[in-house]
Write a protein that binds this ligand. Structure first.
Ligand code: ZN
Length: 321
């Protein structure tokens, strides 16, 4: 049984050590460290020390390209999106604040990120919620690289208006991108987990999960159905856990589910333990939670009662382990 928690917001090894001990005491055996562009530029060797501390305490370490290029999930801001040669373009020709995954420059940038993830000591690369930019009036991406690739695949120009072929092209673009980056990670000796957005997400992403689960270089297939404040949360968590379980079984992969430990409202703390029990009951043996200590240190999404949430997760994990 694998149980873990994500960790960010502190890069002082002195306090990281204290928190990692707390994480182990909360029945976790893996930790996900975010590795944003900011971390990579200014904290690379500090991150290596943080990974070392985590490993010494017996934790497996996931590394997450948090908000990198505006392509993955996460609150971290991106620096590379200011590069004028690498961004997505919407159907009205506007530059967007996100990189294009069909751009060779961005693929190279991610390869370098992977090399650094290896350097700091990552065990598992966590490709979180890869998606195209969500445009209000129009769609993306219609950059030169996308148009060129589209024409090569479909034999005609990319249309101005979105149609089924564009939707299919975008999905296959994400699949192709993940094939490249997970393959590169594998060659460097690291596993890959892909966390797919739940169906109801408005961000253009991968709907056919079999395309990801069937990839040789993907080891773990995951999803993160949050919104625990909604009344149907138990049904949603169960449905998604079951879907991940079946998908993982069909393709001989490890299934993983993520539990919400941020923005949990007062009185809803029990839902965290309940979600863990539901997921475990559906056969999933790899559970992660977002984030450490009820996300007490990020005011934007902290729980109303972070300590209680963190305690409920501990109780939930104890039942599983
Ligand atoms: Zn593009």
């Amino acid at each position: 049984m694998k149980t873990g928690i994500s960790y960010f917001g502190n890069r002082n090894p002195k306090w990281v050590k204290k928190d990692m001990v707390d994480i182990v005491e909360h029945n976790c055996n893996f930790v996900l460290h975010t590795f944003s562009e900011y971390d990579r530029i200014f904290y690379k060797d500090t991150m290596k020390e943080i990974m070392h501390i985590s490993h010494k305490l017996g934790l497996d370490v996931y590394v997450d390209p948090w908000g990198v290029g505006g392509v993955f999930g996460g609150e971290a801001l991106s620096h590379i999106i200011s590069n004028t040669d690498i961004h997505q373009v919407d159907s009205n020709g506007n530059r967007l604040p996100a990189c294009c995954i069909n751009n060779p420059g961005f693929i190279e940038f991610i390869h370098q990120w992977i090399e650094d993830a290896k350097y700091i000591g990552g065990d598992v690369l966590f490709w979180d919620e890869p998606h195209f930019y969500s445009v209000k009036n129009g769609w993306a991406c219609r950059c030169g690289y996308c148009r060129e690739e589209f024409k090569r695949k479909y034999g005609h120009n990319m249309p101005d208006d979105i149609d089924d072929e564009v939707v299919e092209f975008r999905e296959n673009s994400i699949v192709g991108f993940l094939q490249k980056v997970t393959g590169y990670g594998k060659r460097l000796g690291m596993k890959s987990a892909v966390c797919l957005l739940p169906e109801e997400s408005s961000k253009p992403n991968v709907k056919d999960w079999a395309k990801i689960a069937g990839m040789e270089s993907v080891d773990i297939i995951a999803t993160d159905p949050y919104r625990y404040h909604e009344s149907d949360f138990e049904e949603r968590v169960r449905t998604y856990a079951n879907r991940i379980f079946r998908m993982a079984k069909n393709f001989g992969k490890e299934g993983q589910m993520w539990v919400q430990c941020f923005s949990i409202r007062k009185g809803d703390e029990w839902k965290v333990k309940r979600a863990v029990k539901i997921i475990f009951g559906e056969g999933i043996r790899n559970i992660g939670a977002w984030s450490y200590d009820g996300t007490s240190y990020m005011s934007y999404i902290k729980c109303d009662n972070p300590k209680k949430v963190w305690g409920k997760l501990k109780e939930g994990y104890r039942v599983c382990t």
